[in-house]
Ligand binder design. Structure first.
Ligand code: ATP
Ligand code: ZN
Ligand code: MG
Length: 302
């Protein structure tokens, strides 16, 4: 089994990931991207019959929506904000002086209206809320976005900018929990098709601080989050390659998402970590895609 840095070095050497000098910030080769694209086509084949509405947001979101989401209460350690120079010519002169002197030039940068998207579904809830009531039969969305999380690591499976493909379901409790269960079943089957060993386990989000421990315990006690795990750089600690989250009516209440009958919508989201799935494939089948087992190549490329 590779260690984290060992696997990362092999990925760099093979040119699949490109070192930028920052942990968790990598370029990707055409081959790496082709694996992600083919896995996304597999997702399309499996989920395509459900009638989800596809929406794509850029990797930055409205800061006001981000503030309302409460992300800073739960995960301040992971957030990334976009700051810019907003000064006059005089300020520009001191900025350049500061840079020349190798001093911290970033202190004068001002927050813009944009923050980096922490999960693909975050921009969705306020967007749907603006449309008015959701049909009693529910609503289903298909999302994909680069996401930012400030968690630098030498583990290639823990990146700071990575892509998440998500399906988000809104409706009654029964509707959205059935949706989540069906994707757990589908996820297991899909990974089996591409030759990856998997297990599903209960999980929690990394809520910040001491109060966060209680939130995490509560999330576990109520079975709100499951992960599909695949060993990549550790068998003892396999990596979450998909997550299955039930938010109860928390987002419905926060964003004012109501069904036509006036009840608050329940929501659930299912996320695929696209880089992690690609890395799992490279780890288990080798760095040379042409040498992957026929069964796997067939599942991905037909
Ligand atoms: P972990 O427990 O490993 O930190 P997570 O619980 O934070 O994962 P989610 O917030 O559920 O993950 O995000 C959905 C999916 O996005 C995960 O299942 C994973 O596949 C992927 N993902 C999350 N964080 C990263 C990261 N830093 N780098 C690459 N992929 C990630
Ligand atoms: Zn989500
Ligand atoms: Mg995490």
């Amino acid at each position: 089994m590779d260690t984290q840095t060992n696997f990362l070095d092999r990925l760099f050497d093979a040119g699949l990931l490109i070192d930028t000098g920052v942990e968790g910030l990598y370029g990707r080769s055409g081959q790496f991207e082709e694996v992600i694209a083919s896995f996304e086509r597999l997702i399309d084949r499996v989920g395509g019959g459900d009638g989800a509405e596809a929406l794509r947001f850029p990797p930055g979101m409205n800061r006001a929506y981000f503030e309302t989401s409460g992300y800073m209460k739960s995960f301040p350690q992971l957030a990334g904000t976009v700051h810019s120079f907003c000064g006059n010519e005089l300020d520009h002169v001191s900025l350049l002086k500061c840079m020349d002197a190798d001093e911290d030039w970033t202190k004068e940068q001002r927050a813009t209206d944009i923050v980096l998207t922490p999960a693909a579904c975050y921009p969705l809830y306020p967007t749907v809320a603006k449309r008015g009531p959701i049909a009693n039969s529910g609503a289903l969305f298909d999302l994909q976005s680069y996401c930012f999380r400030h968690e630098p690591s030498t583990d290639p499976a823990r990146q700071q900018l990575f892509r998440m493909r998500e399906y988000v379901c809104m409706g009654t409790e029964k509707h959205v929990t059935d949706f989540r269960q069906s994707w757990m079943d589908r996820g297991l089957k899909m990974m089996e098709e591409v030759g990856l060993p998997v297990e599903i386990d209960i999980a929690n989000d990394p809520f910040f601080g001491r109060a966060g421990k209680m939130l995490a315990n509560n999330q576990r006690d109520q079975n709100l989050k499951f992960e599909l795990l695949i060993p990549i750089t550790s068998v003892a600690k396999p990596t979450a390659c998909m997550s299955f989250n039930y938010h109860q009516d928390a987002f419905g209440t926060k964003w004012g998402l109501n069904l036509e009958d006036g009840s608050v919508a329940h929501t659930a989201c299912v996320g695929f970590g696209l880089e992690r799935i690609a890395l799992a494939l490279f780890h288990h089948h080798g760095l040379d895609v042409k040498a992957w087992p026929e069964k796997v190549r067939k599942a991905l490329w037909g």
